[in-house]
Design a protein around this ligand. Structure first.
Ligand SMILES: [Zn+2]
Length: 539
């Protein structure tokens, strides 16, 4: 009887004074608004979310400055921070209304290792000040409480205060409100946090109109001394964007692209519709044959591969870099064929020096391994497979997984490639893509025995026998043009082969392994270069 009475009393009490939910809130962030003064880095952050589980306390990753004026839905909230998260508690919030968390803080003048990830306030080589707010995978909580999981999409609004004479640009529709205030409103389908958090400002840019490339109006923000403008051929990139849109659908970010140069740590970065390029690219040597052309195409590919379709998880990083590299390379190969072999050579050199597999089973910190994705990634995921099948089949696979907003894993890409090529890629993926420690790529021994009418090319793969592929061996003579290419397919035909070759009309004086850059296969005597980061800008 007592128990029944208690229940009745509680029910009556609940009826007259609605009980607010308690406990941890689960919510999906829909909007990030940053009001930021670039000189002081004083920031007002506003995070809007849809509540999926009611409660009174919301925890989000946060590594900004000490927060003040913390409110939830406009009312003062209790907040605590522990260096990696903020927990804000209010009166209790139900699922029928958006949740709005606001606070003031100062963005820290710090970066991730030696990269630009974080906030940079430096000067360029001509002594002009520039600022760069740069996110990355799992890094948006430097600027605001942020759900930093890679697979999340949101809308963004920036209200940037800066010195008069400084130009500030960020993803979205840009409005120069006054000489000292610029807003960027990003209301497209949504952008991932790794790239859509990005504000860059400089007093040194002269904007130049590069025309309309396949429906996209392009403006370059650059200093004359960089040489970048002179290295951009609008006709080449118009063809590229026409080709890309024919495969992947319309440019995902309105009808505008801004390209901005600065002395950045990386060659380029794919902020949606607001691509940043290293101002040293035009003078880069020993990487791509035409670094500006290649890197700009790489970053434009990311609008679809990385931004519109994003990463399912941190260790899916390699597919977006592999696709961006492969699209830039494939277009070079079709339209600018002297540039394509240099790209393949760069990939192969970087691969030989790599310290981690494309999807590293040992899970190093992203900053310690991401550079190793740029060489092996496009080689093992796309180049080796186009050699085993065809470029059309590889592009069809990529097309099948891009063109709409979603999160994608490396395994999803491999499944699409298997479907499109008809190859069973189970063993291939296990051998080439996944692994722990420094990758060991296959080495082969090659010899040629001349004969009457027919000679024999002997090929034996002596290491990493689980890694199979297809490549050519060139039998060269001393004179220009004396070359016979012999196809070797260890994927289908095994590790030891004696291949009959019609005897060339010239004496064979030199044997070249993989002259077409078709596989990460190396000679037994090959000495790998020291590890280097292919995407780090040279200056
Ligand atoms: Zn990239």
């Amino acid at each position: 009887m007592r128990l029944a009475l208690a229940v009745i009393l509680l029910t009556a009490c609940g009826g007259s004074d609605e009980k607010l939910p308690t406990g941890p809130i689960a919510a999906t962030v829909t909007d990030y608004d940053l009001t930021i003064d670039l000189d002081s880095r004083a920031t007002h952050a506003k995070v809007t979310a849809t509540i999926t589980e009611a409660g009174d306390c919301w925890q989000l990753p946060f590594r900004g400055g000490a927060p003040t004026k913390v409110t939830m839905n406009g009312k003062t909230a209790e907040a605590s921070v522990d260096g990696t998260t903020i927990t804000a508690c209010g009166a209790g919030f139900t699922t029928d209304k958006p949740l709005v968390l606001e606070l003031d803080h100062t963005i820290q003048l710090t970066t991730l290792a030696t990269t630009d990830v974080g906030f940079t306030a430096k000067t360029d080589a001509d002594h002009n000040a520039y600022d760069y707010l740069l996110s990355w995978i799992n890094e948006c909580d430097r600027f605001t409480p942020c759900d930093n999981r890679p697979d999340q999409f949101a809308h963004y609004h920036y209200d940037v205060t800066h010195a008069a004479g400084t130009t500030a640009r960020c993803p979205g529709i840009v409005t120069d409100v006054s000489a000292t205030e610029t807003t960027c409103d990003f209301q497209f389908d949504g952008g991932p946090t790794y790239s859509t958090f990005g504000v860059i400002a400089s007093a040194a840019w002269t904007p130049s109109d590069l025309g309309t490339w396949a429906g996209v109006h392009v403006t370059l923000y650059d200093r004359a001394s960089t040489g970048v403008a002179a290295a951009i051929d609008p006709t080449y990139h118009t063809g590229y964007l026409t080709w890309m849109q024919s495969m992947l659908g319309p440019w995902p970010y309105g009808s505008e692209l801004r390209v901005l140069t600065a002395p950045t740590y990386w060659d380029g970065f794919e902020h949606p519709g607001n691509i940043v390029l290293s101002d040293g690219l035009a003078h880069e040597r020993g990487s791509y044959k035409k670094p500006v052309e290649h890197v700009l195409d790489h970053e434009m590919a990311h609008m679809w591969a990385g931004d519109q379709t994003t990463l399912a998880g941190t260790y899916d990083f390699m597919w977006k870099e592999s696709m961006a590299e492969y699209f830039a390379y494939a277009y070079e190969d079709m339209m600018d064929p002297t540039a394509a072999p240099a790209t393949l050579g760069y990939w192969k050199a970087a691969s030989a020096a790599a310290a981690f597999y494309p999807v590293p089973g040992d899970k190093p910190a992203l900053v310690d391994y991401y550079g190793d994705a740029y060489g092996p990634g496009p080689m093992v995921l796309f180049r080796q497979l186009e050699v085993l099948t065809s470029r059309d089949q590889v592009l069809a696979a990529i097309k099948s997984v891009l063109g709409h907003q979603h999160a994608l894993s490396v395994d999803d890409v491999v499944a699409a490639l298997a479907q499109s090529t008809g190859l069973d890629l189970t063993a291939y993926s296990a051998a080439w893509i996944h692994g722990s420690g420094k990758p060991a790529w296959p080495t082969v021994q090659v010899s040629y025995t001349p004969g009457t009418g027919t000679g024999t090319l002997s090929v034996t793969q002596v290491t990493s026998t689980d890694k199979r592929c297809k490549f050519h061996v060139a039998l060269d003579g001393d004179q220009a043009g004396q070359q016979t290419l012999v196809a070797v397919d260890t994927f289908r035909d095994g590790l030891m082969q004696a291949i009959p070759v019609a005897t060339p009309s010239y004496p064979v004086t030199n044997i070249v392994l993989d002259p077409l850059g078709e596989c990460l296969v190396y000679g037994a005597a090959f000495v790998a270069p020291a590890r280097f980061n292919p995407w780090q800008a040279q200056r």
